[in-house]
Design a protein around this ligand. Structure first.
Ligand SMILES: [Zn+2]
Length: 293
């Protein structure tokens, strides 16, 4: 049964990290029937079905979550990839602005909006009815990403609407934008990481306050079971699949070795967990109460 209107589910989750307060919001979800090839184009259907069975998932169905993050620091309120907003393609997404109100934050309090990359689920809510949703916020985006979608590089047909949306929404906001390179310090305790591949200038982030750390992987991993089962598998939405594989390997290894909590935009809500190395591959370990203590 479709549960968009009927069943309550957790949609806001907050925890502290040093002097920072982290808020994850469920902007919504899509239900799909194409776990293969959506989650991995270069795997066989039976390989993906095997992974699904190992995780007790109802292959070929899947739920794809959209989970934007806010970070409140002593001096800033930072919104990462604030979801679809009014441009959501259906009733099961676009919940961000309503839920933001429930947190007690207002779009007017947001000082920075950080865009990990220019795909629709990450940029659509930058404007509402053609006006900036976050009136007072500086927008931070990687220069490579901005230049890619502003330009006319060859892209597959299914990405033409992405470019059009980017050009309609982001380019008019250029005078509010700060263009950054990987490793840039965005505010105290928040550093951009090179995660190029999912898109031309895709970024991940390292967060640190009072010695407590967190990594935000954005879309480096797309499905919690499949993406970590085999790091060579290419996600159908990766714009440069080979570069995305390289980035995935680098950031997953880093996440495993530093054992810090991970947030990634498409993980199942509340999208907080750890990455564990298993004998043959890797595994997403959802956070239970670690962040509450
Ligand atoms: Zn995405």
């Amino acid at each position: 049964m479709a549960d968009s209107q009927r069943n309550l589910r957790p949609d806001i989750y907050q925890f502290g990290l040093g002097h920072f307060k982290i808020t994850n919001i469920l902007d919504g979800y899509f239900h799909r029937e194409d776990m293969h090839p959506f989650t991995a184009t270069n795997a066989s259907a039976s390989e993906i079905e095997t992974v699904a069975k190992e995780h007790l998932l109802p292959y070929p169905k899947l739920e794809h979550n959209f989970v934007p993050t806010l970070i409140e620091t002593p001096n800033a309120l930072i919104a990462f990839d604030p979801g679809f907003g009014k441009q959501a393609p259906g009733p099961t997404a676009g919940w961000y602005n309503r839920l933001l109100e429930k947190t007690g934050y207002s779009p007017d309090n947001v000082t920075h909006v950080i865009i990990s990359h220019g795909h629709p689920d990450h940029i659509a809510n930058l404007t509402t009815d053609d006006l900036p949703t976050f009136k007072h916020a500086e927008i931070i985006i990687s220069r490579t990403e901005y230049e890619f979608w502003s330009g006319d590089a060859a892209i597959p047909d299914f990405r033409q609407p992405t470019r059009q949306m980017f050009q309609e929404i982001v380019i008019p906001l250029a005078d509010r934008c700060r263009f950054i390179e990987p490793d840039a310090s965005i505010v105290d305790g928040l550093t951009a990481l090179n995660a190029f591949g999912h898109s031309a200038g895709h970024m991940a982030f390292h967060v640190e306050s009072e010695g407590q750390e967190l990594m935000m992987l954005s879309d480096t991993i797309a499905h919690y079971a499949v993406s970590l089962a085999n790091l060579e598998w290419q996600f159908s939405m990766d714009d440069d699949p080979l570069m995305a594989v390289k980035t995935r390997k680098k950031l997953v290894e880093q996440a495993v070795s530093c054992k810090v909590p991970i947030i990634a935009f498409h993980m199942p809500f509340p999208s907080v967990g750890y990455i564990e190395k298993t004998n043959a591959s890797f595994r997403w370990v959802p956070s239970t109460y670690q962040m509450n203590i």
